[in-house]
Design a protein around this ligand. Structure first.
Ligand SMILES: *[C@@H]1O[C@H](CO)[C@@H](O)[C@H](O)[C@H]1NC(C)=O
Ligand SMILES: *[C@@H]1O[C@H](CO)[C@@H](O)[C@H](O)[C@H]1NC(C)=O
Length: 229
């Protein structure tokens, strides 16, 4: 909580959350070496930048967290931080991939807290998630949040992949933003060609769905997900 608040206050928000261990698809937790921690550092900055509004992320002027990825080329951003969590999207030349990031929960924000406590699970919307097994159930609050920006993000990811000639997408987020990012990963994989590699790096990820969801994610994203505190 102290760490999250340091992000929110915007004071020395550098690496306010760090990826110290990685959970692989067998559910085992593997501590990361120093070099692996360094490898995840850019994603930590991206996840922290998810707390910045579009006026800052569009111009990549959010301060230390933007400066953590100085070569990033923002393409689109949105959200109002209340009804729709902030998000941004662009291209990282050094990581050679499209980055999509979602804001997490701000403590003072009643709407996003309400999303966190919407713990009733439901199937995913088949219009957004065609062919997803009916055994898959996701917490309503997370599914609702992801649905608000899904089509916008798909269109922007698709054009950004083509514009920069890359075929890798990494979605990132902290807390609620991690839950939206994981659902984005599932969603994008259903709509983009199999040649596009989708990965997710999440921090403080809450439980997103039921065992059916966990099994689906494990089967579809073997080795492509990293989760830290
Ligand atoms: C998952 O983690 C366990 C425990 O560290 C390790 O033995 C196993 O090789 C890992 N599996 C993969 C696919 O990385
Ligand atoms: C992605 O863009 C291509 C054109 O570059 C288009 O043919 C395709 O339908 C788009 N896919 C999605 C999912 O929007």
């Amino acid at each position: 909580m102290t760490l999250l608040l340091s992000v929110l206050s915007g004071v020395s928000a550098v690496l306010a959350f760090a990826l110290a261990a990685i959970a692989n698809q067998t559910g085992s937790i593997t501590p990361l070496s120093a070099s692996e921690v360094a490898m995840y550092r850019p994603y930590t900055y991206f996840a922290a930048t998810g707390y910045c509004g579009p006026s800052y992320t569009r111009s990549w002027s959010c301060g230390v967290n933007c400066e953590g990825n100085p070569d990033f080329q923002p393409v689109d951003a949105g959200g109002d931080g209340e009804v729709v969590q902030y998000w941004f999207l662009g291209y990282s030349p050094s990581l050679e991939r499209v980055i999509v990031a979602h804001e997490g929960t701000q403590i003072q924000d009643i709407v996003s807290i309400a999303s966190d406590v919407s713990i009733i699970q439901r199937p995913l919307d088949p219009a957004l998630f065609p062919g997803i097994p009916s055994s898959v159930r996701v917490h309503c609050g997370f599914a609702d949040e992801q649905a608000k920006t899904a089509t916008l993000i798909l269109a922007a990811v698709n054009t950004t992949l083509a514009k920069y000639g890359t075929s890798t997408v990494t979605v990132v987020g902290h807390s609620l933003g991690g839950a939206i990012a994981l659902l984005d990963a599932v969603y994008l994989q259903l709509h983009l060609p199999p040649s596009v590699k989708i990965t997710a790096v999440t921090y403080g990820l809450p439980r997103v769905g039921n065992q059916g969801f966990a099994d689906y994610v494990d089967a579809k994203f073997a080795g492509s997900l990293a989760e830290g505190e």
